[in-house]
Ligand binder design. Structure first.
Ligand code: ZN
Length: 169
């Protein structure tokens, strides 16, 4: 297994739209394992392939404290959205920034697991928010896109300044 580099906003590659996975082979299984390892190393609860510069529709999630309930969602799709919920979100691609985002409270969704089985399920709360956040990544969208342009501009400047300082050091 190997750790992958996580892209940070405002990297343009975070805007790539990921393509469906056609065949779930050993390569895809290895990629999913590396994505999980990277997510755990960075203390995230979700990671989309777009964030590690791979334009394939793959998402990994683990909401458990013990980090032992890994979910791998291949070609995930939202089928139904219900209700509204506001939750404070963060993202491994937008370090040290958290803000409230409004999303659907519960969802019906479909994906393929690593065996290629098609799974349909319903969920709400944190998992529903997480799946919506990660599918957004596959479509080139970030949670900060839901913020006002002014807030986003300020955040961009702050991150660019921080990354410049890091290069100097
Ligand atoms: Zn994210």
């Amino acid at each position: 297994m190997a750790l992958l580099e996580v892209l940070h906003f405002p990297d343009d590659r975070l805007r790539n739209v990921a393509k469906p996975v056609e065949t779930i082979d050993e390569k895809i299984r290895e990629l999913a394992a590396n994505m999980l390892e990277t997510m755990y190393a960075e203390n995230g609860i979700g990671l989309a392939a777009t964030q590690v510069n791979i334009a394939k529709r793959i998402v990994v999630i683990d909401l458990s404290e013990a980090k032992d309930e890994a979910m791998v969602l291949i070609n995930p799709e939202i089928l139904e959205l219900h209700g509204i919920e506001s939750m404070k979100e963060g993202c491994l691609s937008v370090p040290d920034y958290f803000d409230i985002v409004e999303r659907a409270e519960s969802i019906k969704y479909r994906y393929q697991n690593l065996d290629g089985d098609i799974i349909e399920s319903e969920t709400d709360g944190l998992l529903a928010v997480c799946i919506q956040h990660e599918i957004d990544h596959l479509n080139g969208k970030l949670f900060i896109d839901y913020l006002s342009p002014l807030k986003r501009q300020r955040l961009k400047k702050k991150i660019e300044k921080l990354e410049k300082q890091q290069t100097v050091l």
